[in-house]
Each structure stands twice: as structure tokens, then as C-alpha cells.
Design a protein around this ligand. Sequence first.
Ligand SMILES: [Zn+2]
Length: 248
Amino acid sequence: MIMNWDYIAGFTDGEGSIGFVRGGRDGMYTPPRVTWGQKDRATLEAIKEFLVDHGFHPHFYYVPPNAAKRRPNGIYMMNLQRRDEIQRFCEEIQPRVLLKALPCEKVLQWLKDHPRRYHTAELERALIAEYVEEGYTQAYIALLLGCSDQKIRRVGNKLGIVFPKGGGKIEDGKHIAAMTKAEYLRHRREKEKNLQCVDCGKFIYKGSVRCHSCAMKLRHQTQPESFKGCNIKSVLAVISPSVAQENL
Ligand SMILES: [Zn+2]
């Protein structure tokens, strides 16, 4: 089989879909996608190979048969998700398709109307990488770029930027010394201490002092009014079992 753009355009016209998919959270439309579905694996794989050779990153997967969804046969699926690749693909096939010419145009228009968000732009990547290289802390980079701390971390991780470990000495927004071992151990001890119930030592969530059951036992001391309607004997049993025995 000779694989070329004409063949792919024709195949997409018949078996493909170009456009927006309703799905995900809130039933929102996803960004544009190019998707193909086919029972026969060979054709899709040949197209995949061609696309990979041309610098695309098609996602290839198999959807097994599902009686509940009235799908008696399994189907091979492939899609393109990266916006620059979708744009390149649509530009390539638009002059060659009949049915999908309008969807192609719609997608290209959408991409033009919705430019890439700034944080994934190349400039931003270079900038963050440069700041990290210079030794600035995550918090300080956030300050320099005017966004939140977590955003720097999130975007950086996505772009494969390696951040130095936190802590240590910081001066003028720069890490000047890493955490020493003693400092690290102390930090970890503190952290672990804060994650234990002060009464029973059980694991608790950050920000609390006691586990739920210890907090319930202590409720009469901290919030006596919340015990107004309850059985006094059981409260006594919690405070002091011997006093409770006498009062029975
Ligand atoms: Zn406890």
C-alpha cells in the first residue's frame, strides 16, 4: 500500500472525525481532536507509521467489545491531541478532503481564536528554566512572573524542568546552600510529630491535633455545651471509669 497525504485525507473523510468532542467534566467540549476508528488494525497502523515519520504523535489504542454499550466488535482507535499537530494535519488535508473541509476550517479557526495559553509558551519555559538555573527559588520565580507558587511547579514539571530540593539557606530569592542533613532530619521529625495524634500517636491529617476518636473523648472539656443532651454516665465513663462505677 502506498501511504501518502491523499490516501490519509480520503481515509479521514470516510472513517475519521475532526472537531470537538463533548465530554469530560461539566460536559464541556474538549479542544479540537482528530480521531479515527477502524476494525482493521493494519490500515490504521500504516497511517500511524506515516504520521510518526512526519513528526506527529498519534495516540493508538484498542477499545474492546462491550455488550452493554451495544458494541459487539472491538475497535482500533487513533487520535491526534497536540494542538500544533492538529493544526498541521488540518492544513495538510484541507485541500484534499470533501466532507471534512468544513470541520477542518472550523478547527483551524478555533485554534486561531484560542491562542495557546501563555504558560506553556516556549518563552515561559526558557524563562523558568533560566531562573531555576540561576538558583532562584520556586516562590521567588512565581513572584518574578506574577503567578502562584504551585503554578510554577506545575508548569515546570510539565516542561521537564528539575527544581532543586526545598529548604536550606535562601538569600535574595536564591538558594545559596542546601539543607544540611541535621536540618533535614529535624524538619522531618517536626513534620512527623505534626502528623500524629497527641494522645494516641495515630496518623492524622495535617492541621489537626488529635485523631477523631481522641477528639470525641475530649469534647466535654473543649465544648461542654455540645454534651448538654447526652447521657451523663457515658461522659463520666470517659473522664474517669471509677467515678462512673460509683454513680451507677
Ligand atoms: Zn488519638
